[in-house]
Design a protein around this ligand. Sequence first.
Ligand SMILES: [Zn+2]
Length: 235
Amino acid sequence: MTIELFREDGYLKHCTATVVSADSCGVCVDQTVFYPLGGGQPGDTGVLIRETGQQLEILDCCKDRDSGAHLHIVKEGALMPELGERVTLTLNWQRRHRLMRMHSCMHMLCVAVPAPVTGGSISDGSGRLDFDLPHPPGKEDLEQRLNEIIQENHPMTLSWITDQEMQQQPELIRTMSVLPPMGGGKVRLVKFGAADLQPCGGTHVANSAEIGAVRVQSIKNKGKQNRRITIEFAE
Ligand SMILES: [Zn+2]
C-alpha cells in the first residue's frame, strides 16, 4: 500500500520516496504525490529523479486494486531505479493544477444542476457529468449560474468519517456510478463552503474561485433522461 500524500494536501508538488519495486511496467514507492487514475480523474504525470540525478519521465500513474500500490509508469527502456533507492518524485504541476480546477468545477456543476449524477470524467482542459434529468437546462443560464457559484469564493475543507457513518448518510453520495472508496475504515468528505458536501477521493483547489471562468461546451442527450454536460475553461 502506497502512502498517498495528496489526500491531505493536494498542493504538494514533489516528495522523496523509497523504491519498493521496479520492473518494465513501472516503479512502486513507499509514498507518493502522484494521483492514480480513478474516480473519473486521470493519473498524474511528471518525473522521477534518481540518486544519480538521472531523470525518468512518468507517463501515467495507476493503482493496483489488490495491493493498493501505485504504479508509476515510465517510458519503455528507461534505466530503472534499484530496490531501496531514494528517489524524488515531481509532478507535472501545471497539468495537475488544471485537473484540480476542472475536478473542483464538477462539484460546482453538481450544485448548479440539482439532479442525480449517473457518470462523469475529466481530462486536461475539460470535464463532463451525466445527469438523470428529464429537461435539460438552458446553456446560457447554466453557464452564468455555474460561474456565479465559482466566484462565490467557497473555501474547500476536508474531513473524515467512518464507513459506518457514511452508510448512514447515503444522501451525501451524488455520483452513484462512482461510489466513494469505502472498506478502508474511513471516507473523506470534501466541502466547498455552504455550496457542496460529498465524499470524494479526487484532488481539489483550496477555494472555488481558483477554478476560474468556465464555459458550457455542450449539453447532449444521452438516452431518454440522461443529459451529458461538458464544461471547458473559458481561457
Ligand atoms: Zn472531488
